[in-house]
Design a protein around this ligand. Structure first.
Ligand SMILES: Nc1nc2c(c(=O)[nH]1)N[C@H]1C(S)=C(S)[C@@H](COP(=O)(O)O)O[C@H]1N2
Ligand SMILES: [Mo]
Length: 224
């Protein structure tokens, strides 16, 4: 995948650019927009359809992170910045949860069974300062995404390592990814390596490429 083509540009880079270009086009076209909103009691957000399998969506780089090399940095505007290795992560409170996923490409998947660390346990550990209003996520494929502190500290947000009783596969962001069920799935970073609490908003990869900063599926906040 990394070999150079005749023009010296790596094929990998070309695939990635094509993929990014297409999703940027969607934002310009407003692809998937129905022009309606729905209350949260309606489980399937407007413009979404249900799938039973779990599609893979990412920038095309799927880093392999052995547990022995796993490190998660949680830093920024916090009282107690930490770097967690795998054992330290597993020593934190663990919980099961069930939630739905909604991808901006219009698929949704109900009833995903997760196991992992609730964000409340992360908050207890690092103690964000009062002035920490936002959170930025960085991943091993250099992907970034951002949330408000309020979005991230909602009760149903988790750092997850297990899906349907099995370790989350590399293609879905294993060994550890974020799950933020109330927002479009691009807000849920795969292969997360750093979580930074911040006193200002720093937009991530898709947020700077035409995608909505808040990303509420029921309000169809697909694009900016
Ligand atoms: N690190 C990383 N996380 C990412 C992405 C990515 O490219 N890199 N893509 C996002 C997008 S656009 C989607 S829809 C979901 C897809 O997750 P899945 O492949 O497990 O379905 O991951 C999100 N998190
Ligand atoms: Mo996506």
């Amino acid at each position: 995948m990394t070999e150079a083509g005749d023009d010296g540009v790596s094929r990998f880079g070309q695939i990635k650019d094509k993929l990014i270009g297409r999703k940027e086009e969607w934002s310009r076209e407003g692809r998937g927009l129905t022009g309606t909103t729905a209350p949260h009691q309606q489980r399937l957000p407007p413009g979404q359809h249900l799938v039973r399998d779990w599609p893979v969506l990412d920038l095309g780089i799927q880093p392999e992170i052995p547990k022995a090399a796993f490190r998660l940095v949680i830093d920024g505007a916090v009282d107690q910045p930490v770097t967690l290795d795998w054992d330290a992560l597993m020593a934190l409170p663990q919980q099961g949860s069930v939630s739905d996923m909604h991808c901006v490409t219009t698929w949704s998947r109900f009833d995903n069974h997760w196991e992992g660390v609730p964000v409340a346990a992360i908050v207890d550990l690092v103690r964000p300062l009062d002035e920490a209003t936002h959170v930025l996520f960085e991943s091993h494929d250099d992907y970034t995404t951002n949330l408000s502190r309020e979005q991230f500290t909602a009760a149903d947000c988790y750092l997850v390592h297990t899906w349907e009783g099995k370790p989350i596969s590399r293609q879905h962001g294993g060994p550890l990814r974020v799950i933020v069920p109330q927002y479009y799935l691009w807000k849920s970073a795969k292969w997360v390596r750093r979580i930074t609490f911040a006193t200002a908003d720093h937009q991530g990869f898709w947020e700077t490429r035409g995608y909505n900063n808040r990303a509420d599926p029921w309000l169809e906040e697909r694009y900016s």
